[in-house]
Design a protein around this ligand. Structure first.
Ligand code: DQA
Length: 147
């Protein structure tokens, strides 16, 4: 796998560790990135881990992933539930896509139960905290090697 797996994180995920720890845990975004880097190393692949609070940055990075990534892991934060622009960018991206959420969005408020991202994703992992990111890397790596 020559290209990295892009791991894109949306708004407010920069606050992990201090933001609603009872929902999102105490792991920081840096902890999560290190966890993903270690997991990728064990699988013989690499990750490019990014976060932005801006929808346009995420759209631009998804477009970049069309040519520069072997697969895509997306936690779009609240944009998951609102962004047709992110869905359209994902639909134009033909690499394997896995959607991740730290919390179980289905046990939370009803507005979190709908995900636009899911319509473009090969699979969805939620409610498992940082472990979900590791499982998503495993799933993307398997999808790439099957292709
Ligand atoms: C989240 C769930 C979203 O509903 C929320 O807006 C987030 C984080 C998660 O990882 O659990 O910002 O994507």
């Amino acid at each position: 796998m020559a290209n990295p797996i892009y791991i894109l994180n949306g708004p407010n995920l920069n606050l992990l560790g201090s933001r609603e720890p009872e929902v999102y845990g105490i792991e920081t975004l840096v902890d999560l990135e290190q966890r993903c880097v270690r997991k990728a190393q064990r699988l013989g692949c690499t990750v490019d881990f990014r976060q932005s609070n801006t929808e346009g940055d995420l759209v631009g990075w998804i477009q970049e992933a069309r040519t520069n990534a072997s697969g895509l892991i997306v936690n779009a934060g609240a944009y998951t539930h609102t962004s047709i622009a992110i869905l359209d960018a994902l639909l134009a991206c033909k690499v394997p896509i896995v959607e991740v959420h730290l919390s179980n969005i289905f046990t939370r408020e009803p507005f979190r139960h709908r995900s636009y991202v899911s319509q473009a994703a090969k699979g969805v992992i939620c409610g498992l905290g940082g472990l979900g990111y590791e499982l998503a890397i495993e799933a993307v790596a398997a999808a790439v090697s099957d292709a």
